[in-house]
Design a protein around this ligand. Structure first.
Ligand SMILES: Cc1cc2nc3c(=O)[nH]c(=O)nc-3n(C[C@H](O)[C@H](O)[C@H](O)COP(=O)(O)OP(=O)(O)OC[C@H]3O[C@@H](n4cnc5c(N)ncnc54)[C@H](O)[C@@H]3O)c2cc1C
Length: 454
């Protein structure tokens, strides 16, 4: 018995030692795991804002990891301007500040730190020449968005940013009002500084599905209501379907609601199967979206804005005289696209085949009115998934404009479209992403710096 007891005690101690060594080994393993999986800066989102932030922080000697849920970085960047990528605008700084409306003031430091000129020199330093086109729009000379992505990739590579794709960030690791990292579909990643650069809500196939709003809200941030800012519209007039794909160049569009003018733009519009789109419409879409909850918005298309009613009437008379024996429809193609002619004549109550010489004065006046004030009724915007940019987002009141750091939680940063910032078309949204990303990467402090891997 004694021997057996003694033996069992000895074996128990032996097992305890083995067990405690296991625990010790587990502990060492866990510590190693935490250390190797610990970073100065964890960047969530591999869009332009996240890539620029990661590169800049790496350049400053920080140990950086970028977590991207898709299998590739920059999916949205690659489809910008149909793959040509309108990377910024050549406009002076005051135009930039105005372009973002309420967000302009907030962006001042970000734009001063990394403006359009610095962006272009940065791209040039990676071999990407840029060219200025119509309305100051800046494109890579190659006309290829992938040249921009390659430059950002090289920037991150040069500064040893660790890139982990297929890594979906599920939540922030928060405890006692401090940040210790993030959890992902592959486990935890540790670090005291985290950047949320997850983009907006549009084109979800690119990865922008609004995850960042939930992450920010989990840290107590306010999310300003989200809506599409650059978007097309559906019209009450279903006959637009027959005009699908028809562009109208040099048109002036005036949007009105309850007799009040709410926006005006000159440029190109495009009929679609559901309504109307095109640069001119997209440029004024944000304020139309904001008005739609109060009811439909009427738009007037002036097909010949360079002429007054009287001047255009004179030109119409000349055309009528010239086309006397021909059908009126051939006369109208001088003013509007051929596909639009039957619709305009129908609205004027004039037969398509009526001879030009038989057009009466009241009929001519009706045509004139349609040429100067062709009306459509916008009843709803297209879904946010189709928007170029998301308006609303993380409230700017709760983010430091000089650092992009949260005012609510130390070490939490935001950049890009996830913020309550949006600009018009013309390269302003990418510039905002690059500038805020750069500033965030430039601001991450020295707290808890980890030795960088060789
Ligand atoms: C069709 C189209 C054309 C456009 N053309 C232009 C243009 O020519 N010029 C211009 O200035 N702007 C353009 N824009 C707008 C511009 O692309 C965006 O404003 C810009 O990409 C925003 O950058 P971002 O880095 O903030 O976000 P995004 O580019 O949206 O990147 C966010 C990234 O975060 C990742 N992500 C999201 N959630 C998670 C998560 N939980 N875990 C890990 N990763 C996550 C996403 O997969 C994505 O890669 C265009 C937009 C569209 C849709």
């Amino acid at each position: 018995m004694t021997n057996r007891y003694q033996w069992s005690t000895v074996s128990g101690v032996f097992l305890d030692i083995v067990a405690s060594r296991d625990i010790f080994r587990d502990l060492v393993f866990a510590c190693n795991l935490i250390m190797t999986n610990s970073y100065d800066f964890i960047v969530i989102g591999g869009g332009p804002a996240g890539m620029m932030a990661a590169g800049r922080a790496g350049e400053r000697g920080k140990k950086v990891i970028l977590l991207e849920k898709k299998d590739h970085l920059g999916k949205k960047l690659l489809i910008c301007a149909s793959g040509r990528c309108n990377v910024t605008n050549a406009a002076p700084s005051d135009v930039f500040i105005k372009a973002y409306g309420r967000g302009g003031h907030f962006l001042r430091t970000a734009l001063e730190t990394f403006d359009n000129e610095r962006l272009r020199s940065f791209l040039l330093s990676y071999g990407v020449e840029t060219v200025v086109e119509n309305k100051g729009r800046v494109f890579p000379k190659s006309q290829r968005a992938d040249s921009i992505l390659k430059a950002l990739d090289a920037y991150m590579h040069d500064h040893q940013v660790r890139i982990q794709t297929n890594s979906l960030v599920l939540g922030l690791k928060l405890g006692n009002n401090h940040l210790s990292g993030v959890n992902t579909n592959h486990g935890d990643v540790w670090g005291k500084n985290v950047l949320v650069a997850t983009g907006g809500l549009s084109y979800p196939a690119t990865g922008s599905t609004g995850d960042g709003y939930n992450l920010a809200a989990s840290a107590g941030h306010t999310i300003r209501s989200l809506y599409p800012a650059i978007i097309a519209f559906e019209t009450a007039e279903t006959w637009v379907r027959s005009l699908q794909g028809t562009p109208i160049k040099n048109v002036k569009i005036t949007a009105c609601q309850s007799g009040k003018r709410i926006a005006e733009q000159f440029g190109e519009a495009l009929f679609t199967h559901y309504g109307i789109s095109g640069p001119c419409i997209l440029d004024i879409s944000k304020c139309i979206v904001e008005c739609l909850p109060a009811g439909p918005v009427g738009i007037r298309l002036d097909f010949k804005p360079r002429y007054t009613f009287e001047e255009l009437d004179g030109i119409l008379l000349q055309q009528i005289k010239r086309h006397g024996s021909k059908a009126i429809k051939s006369c109208l193609t001088f003013f509007i696209p051929e596909k639009l002619v039957p619709i305009l004549l129908n609205l004027c109550n004039i037969e398509l085949q009526k001879k030009t010489s038989q057009i009466t004065t009241p009929e001519r006046k009706r045509m004139l009115k349609q040429l100067k004030e062709f009306r459509l009724t916008l009843i709803r915007h297209r879904p946010i998934e189709e928007a170029i940019v998301t308006a609303g987002g993380i409230s700017l009141d709760e983010v430091g404009a000089k650092t992009m750091e949260s005012r609510l939680l130390e070490g939490l940063y935001f950049a890009g479209e996830v913020l309550d910032i949006d600009g018009p078309t013309g390269g302003f949204n990418l510039q905002a992403a690059f500038s805020t990303g750069y500033l965030a990467g430039n601001s991450v402090d020295e707290r808890g710096s980890f030795a960088r891997r060789a």
